[in-house]
Design a binder for this molecule. Sequence first.
Ligand code: ATP
Length: 367
Amino acid sequence: MTSSDAYISIRNVDKYFGTFQAIDDISMDIAEGEFFSLLGASGCGKTTLLRMLAGFESCSSGEIYIDGQPTSDIPPHRREVNMVFQSYAIFPHLNVADNIAYGLRKQKLPRAKRQEMIDEMLDLIALPGYGKRRANELSGGQRQRIALARALILRPKVLLLDEPLGALDKQLREQMQLELRALQRQVGITFVFVTHDQEEAMTLSDRIAVMAGGRVLQLDTPLGLYENPKSRDIANFIGNMNFFRGVVRRDGSREGAIDVEGLGVIPVPLEQLTRPDGAPVQVALRPEKFTITPDEPETAPRVAGKVRDSAYLGERSHFYIEIPDKEEPVAVSSPNLTRNDRKLAEARTGKPIWLSFSPESIVILDA
Ligand code: ATP
């Protein structure tokens, strides 16, 4: 069964290599035109799943549907998918135009039509006029754009990208992320992108499947993953998080609350409190959800602490704040907007300080 707007539908897919299970009962749908990422640490099964979409690996059980069609019996070259790898896989002895047109060589196209398609691709990847250049005269970023153009000239319905920016240095990589996102919007093709870099996945994706041990831990938008991680693992993987032990308090009134280690009793709307009175929970709070002030603020919840460590990072400052009744210091990330903020960034160890936050910003997780 596939849902109606799914372009790719992965249903109960398992993959075994011998007795080792690389993919463990994955089901998910990817919409047409979506920029979809598979995110996870090395060995979690991202590449295996991508190779199964391409048809380079078969499913041990389950089925992958593309555009409503089961794909088990469709060999790679007959799937309307194309793949871009981390290693550029372009031919150094060919010029740029011949590299881009490589996939067209079996099609008997009139010379003018072929040239038109190449020029269109060179425009798309912002390298107009580069057709005659030799591929080995190009920079890493340019080569990766050629690899993209070579994949796109065949007009696949789906482009599979396996860490395509992995070999680039940080600055070029960030620039290419923006270009890749713009290019995907422009061509409107469904992209399935593999990365182990959470920031890259957040920058690029409409939705992200976070994987570990061959399973999907959570599938959500970047915002959903960041604001509502379903587990401590996800919360830690996507950005930084502070964790506190808590106990649910429901006294029969309309408001519920959680008694949180070091932070006191935090009111929580009952609809967010699915657990019974006395249930242990973990409360998670992002470092930037705290406001830090030298004087006691009027808003609640608030807690007095002491600076253990601080670092000025220009746009923001990072602090570790010790608070009573909690062993681990609280990590705080605070924007440097005013002169007072900047003064705080130079706070010495031991300086008394106040932390406050909005009750809405807490995430409640299983203990
Ligand atoms: P990386 O980011 O390091 O590429 P990944 O998340 O893409 O990691 P996969 O390459 O999908 O991980 O591999 C998942 C697991 O399956 C790994 O433990 C790997 O060793 C195993 N594996 C992959 N391909 C094979 C194979 N052909 N034979 C045996 N085991 C394999």
